[in-house]
Design a protein around this ligand. Structure first.
Ligand code: HMG
Ligand code: MG
Length: 304
C-alpha cells in the first residue's frame, strides 16, 4: 500500500461532533475542548457553525465559542457557513477560514439547507465572492458522495460535476463526504477516479462517517490513491441531524493510531487527543464510539 510521509488532518469534532448531541453542552466546555485539541497539535480545527440556530440549536453559541478560545499561532480555526448571514457572523467572530456545504443528491440538499443543489451553489458563489473580498479561504464540503439516506446510490459523475462547480465558485478544497457512513474501500477509488477527472487530487480531502465500521478501511484506500487530507472527530463524535442513520465521524484517535503505526506524520499527539475526548465525553449522555478510547492502554503508546 502507498502512504505519504505526512498527511493533513482536519479535526471536525467541535462542529460535526457536537452539532448532533442531545445534551446541552456548556459554552465553556466547548471552548476547553477546542483548546485541548489545539494543545494536542491539531493545525486545523472546525470550531462551530454559523448556521440558523432554529435549525441547529447546538451551534447557537458559535460567536461565544470563538470569543473564548485561546488561539495558538499557526492553527486555523474554521466554521461552517450556509449563507452570507453566516459569513458575516463568522467574519465578526474572527474565523481563520470558512466552509460551505453542498450535497451531491437533491433530497439531502433540500433536507439539510432547504435549497436545491443549483440554488445552494448560487448562494455559495456569493459567499465565496464575499469571503475572497474579506481575505478568507473557503473549503467546500460535498455531502452524500457515496450514498444518500433518501435516494440511495449516487452517481460518481454527479459527485465529479458538483465538485468541479464548487472549485469554479472559488473553494480551495472539496471534502468528498460520506455523510451516512455507507462507503466501502472498493467504492473509494471508483468515486475518486470520477472526481479526479474534474478536480486535481491535491484539492481533495476525504470525510468519512463510521456507521458501518468502514471509515478506517476507506482512509487506507484513500491513502493508497494518493489523498493527503483526512477529516476526523475526537472520540468519534459526529453525525448530521438531517441525515437519518448517520453515526459518528471516523475517530481521530483511531486514525492517529493507524497513521502512527504506518509511520505517517501528523504532528498530533494521540494521548492529548484522547484526553480531550475523555474531557468532552464527561459532558455527554453516551459512551464515545472511538475504539482506541475503549481499548485498554498499551504499556507504551505509539504516540507521535
Ligand atoms: P431557511 O429556513 O430556509 O432560511 O434555512 P431563511 O433564510 O428563511 O432563514 C430562516 C431563519 O433563520 C431566519 O430567521 C434567518 O434570519 C435565520 P427569522 O427571520 O425566522 O427569525 N438565519 C440565520 N440565523 C443565523 N445564522 C445564519 C442564518 N441563516 C438564516 N447563517 C438555512 C436555510 C441554510 C439557513 C438552514 O437550513 C440552515 O441553517 N441549515 C444548516 C443545516 C446544518 O447545519 N446541517 C449540519 C451541517 S452539514 C453536515 O453535517 C455535513 C458535513 O459534515 C459533511 C458530511 O458529513 O456530509 C459538512
Ligand atoms: Mg460530516
Amino acid at each position: 500500500m502507498r502512504a505519504p510521509v505526512r498527511v493533513t488532518i482536519v479535526e471536525v469534532g467541535p462542529r460535526d461532533g457536537l452539532q448532533n448531541e442531545r445534551s446541552v453542552i456548556a459554552t465553556a466546555d466547548k471552548i476547553a475542548f477546542v483548546d485541548r485539541l489545539s494543545d494536542a497539535g491539531h493545525g486545523i480545527i472546525e470550531v462551530s457553525a454559523f448556521v440558523s440556530p432554529k435549525w441547529v440549536p447546538q451551534m447557537a453559541d458559535a460567536t461565544e465559542v470563538f470569543a473564548g478560545i485561546r488561539r495558538r499561532s499557526g492553527v486555523r480555526y474554521t466554521a461552517l457557513v450556509p449563507n452570507q448571514k453566516g459569513l458575516e457572523r463568522a467574519i465578526a467572530a474572527g474565523v481563520s477560514e470558512v466552509a460551505i456545504f453542498a450535497a451531491a443528491s437533491e433530497s439531502f440538499s433540500r433536507r439539510n439547507i432547504n435549497q436545491s443543489i443549483d440554488e445552494s451553489l448560487t448562494t455559495y458563489a456569493a459567499v465565496c465572492a464575499d469571503a475572497a473580498s474579506a481575505g478568507l479561504r473557503v473549503r467546500g464540503y460535498l455531502s452524500t458522495c457515496f450514498a444518500c439516506p433518501f435516494e440511495g446510490a449516487v452517481d460518481p459523475a454527479q459527485v465529479a460535476a458538483i465538485s468541479r462547480r464548487l472549485m469554479d465558485i472559488g473553494v480551495y478544497e472539496v471534502a468528498i463526504s460520506d455523510t451516512i457512513g455507507a462507503a466501502h474501500p472498493g467504492q473509494v477509488p471508483r468515486v475518486l477516479d470520477a472526481v479526479t477527472a474534474a478536480v486535481p487530487l491535491a484539492n481533495l480531502a476525504l470525510h468519512f462517517h463510521d456507521t458501518r465500521g468502514t471509515a478506517l478501511a476507506n482512509v487506507l484506500a484513500g491513502l493508497d490513491y494518493g489523498v493527503t487530507t483526512f477529516d476526523c472527530s475526537a472520540g468519534g463524535l459526529g453525525g448530521c441531524p438531517f441525515a437519518p442513520g448517520a453515526a459518528g465521524n471516523l475517530a481521530t484517535e483511531d486514525l492517529l493510531f493507524v497513521l502512527n503505526g504506518l509511520g505517517v506524520e501528523t504532528g498530533i499527539s494521540i494521548d492529548k487527543v484522547a484526553a480531550a475526548s475523555r474531557f468532552i465525553g464527561l459532558q455527554l449522555d453516551h459512551r464515545l464510539p472511538s475504539r482506541y478510547l475503549q481499548a485498554p492502554r498499551l504499556g507504551a503508546t505509539n504516540d507521535a
